[in-house]
Ligand binder design. Structure first.
Ligand SMILES: *[C@@H]1O[C@H](CO)[C@@H](O)[C@H](O)[C@H]1NC(C)=O
Length: 417
């Protein structure tokens, strides 16, 4: 059995030449022959980029929930970049369908700006590590189109790896699982390729929770029934907090990392409401609405969050099919610019792993917060605590652009009864 090997480094070596080679061909691959040096200086695409990402985040988050999944974590950003990589090599019809799904503009110069913004959201520093891998794994008999390959690798959208999918599918599957650290029970290798993407946020929440007091505590369903126990981390923090009637939730934003590179936004349902109708009614405007509702409080907030690790393996192909993307997997016309023969991915799986706990690697000093408190008005007391001992939704954003890196629903206690 042959080992997987990386084509990316080869591709990167020739990337600079191909970007300049303005050879026009028929079809939508024309887009890739743009020499970005000739793009006009756009003053600001950030607002439009953010709206595109927000819309895509809400649409995919709802689609995942609509499959009856009660607890999950997913990465809208990784999925967006993976599909963008495929879209750049798709035929005209499929490409426009994918651009619509991703809310990508037709102007390749603007798309290039979006890709730069998207790819720079990840981070590998001591205090905040968010790592994502996005790979099209193709059979050894499939040759990627070098122009497309250079483009997607050069823009950090997608890597291309080869594996003996046809010749040794069992070996290929085990290699893929090793590379992405996933079980992927639904990995289907009947086609000539598969798409995989992964995202990890690994336990470096120390700036947020290192001083937390951890106590085993009951966890309740939304109807108030005690359904199990969790290890609740309790801290007192300054943060931004609000109430959003549309989702009947109290919302808290906690900065993560030394320089507040990321932020965790948690929506805790208040009152006896079912989560699923709330999610299925979500509109694209919910993200700006939630963020706009947040206010600094005068007093520190008593925050209690469960410690947990969430690990989801999402059948992203089914999610995309639910959003109307059907040709990418079966129609050789759709992917003929990506490779020869056309890559027809029989699976697209995303693994997302997020750990929220007290342990950290470095221990920065945390300012002692006064325990004295003036008497509260009812409103102040409502906003003076945030106790997540019942189902909640949360999202990890980068604070520069407010791109959603991970979105999650937490409903199941660590120790169910
Ligand atoms: C995002 O969704 C809103 C509401 O549906 C819509 O008005 C807006 O045009 C969308 N933006 C993009 C970039 O697709």
């Amino acid at each position: 059995m042959r080992a997987l090997y990386l084509l990316v480094s080869l591709a990167l070596c020739s990337a600079s030449t191909s970007k300049r080679g303005i050879v026009r061909v028929q079809g939508s691959l024309d887009n890739l022959y743009i020499n970005f040096g000739t793009c006009p200086e756009y003053t600001n695409v950030l607002e439009d980029y953010r709206e595109a990402m927000n819309n895509f985040t809400v649409e995919t988050f709802k689609e995942v929930a609509s499959h009856g999944t009660y607890q999950y974590v997913m990465s809208p950003l990784s999925m967006w970049m993976t599909i963008a990589g495929m879209a750049e090599g798709a035929d005209y019809i499929t490409q426009h369908q994918l651009f619509d799904l991703l809310h990508l503009p037709r102007d390749p110069c603007v798309r290039h700006k979006y890709y730069q913004l998207a790819a720079s959201r990840y981070s590998l520093t001591n205090d905040a590590a968010v790592i994502s891998n996005r790979v099209l794994v193709i059979d050894e008999g499939v040759t990627p189109n070098p122009v497309w390959h250079n483009f997607v690798a050069g823009n950090s959208l997608l890597d291309v790896l080869t594996a003996p999918i046809k010749y040794n599918p069992i070996g290929a599957a085990s290699k893929i699982r090793q590379i992405v650290y996933a079980n992927f029970p639904r990995l289907d290798l009947h086609g000539n390729s598969v798409l995989v993407d992964t995202i990890d946020y690994n336990g470096l929440w120390h700036t947020a929770f290192t001083d937390a007091v951890v106590k085993r505590a009951p966890f309740y369903s939304l109807s108030g029934k005690n359904i199990g126990a969790v290890d609740l981390m309790t801290v007192r923090r300054h943060g931004r907090i609000g109430y959003v009637p549309l989702i009947k939730s109290k919302v808290l934003e906690l900065p993560i990392g030394k320089d507040k590179k990321y932020s965790l936004v948690i929506a805790l349902l208040v009152g006896n409401h079912d989560l699923h109708p709330i999610i299925s009614e979500l509109k694209s405007s919910i993200i700006p609405t939630v963020l706009g509702s947040l206010r600094e409080t005068k007093v520190p907030i008593d925050v209690a969050l469960p410690q947990f690790t969430l690990n989801s393996e999402l059948d992203a192909k089914t999610i995309l099919e639910g959003l109307g993307i059907t040709k990418l997997w079966t129609d050789p016309q759709a992917t003929r610019y990506i490779s020869t023969p056309p890559a027809l991915p029989s699976s697209y799986v995303q693994r997302a792993t997020l750990t929220l706990n007290k342990d950290g690697v470095h221990l920065p000093p945390i300012a002692e917060l006064r325990s004295y408190r003036p008497p509260f008005s009812p409103e102040e007391s409502f906003f003076s605590e945030f106790i997540a001992d019942r189902p909640f939704m949360f999202a990890l954003y980068d604070t520069e652009t407010y791109t959603c890196l991970m979105a999650s629903v937490y409903t199941e206690p660590t120790y169910p009864y």
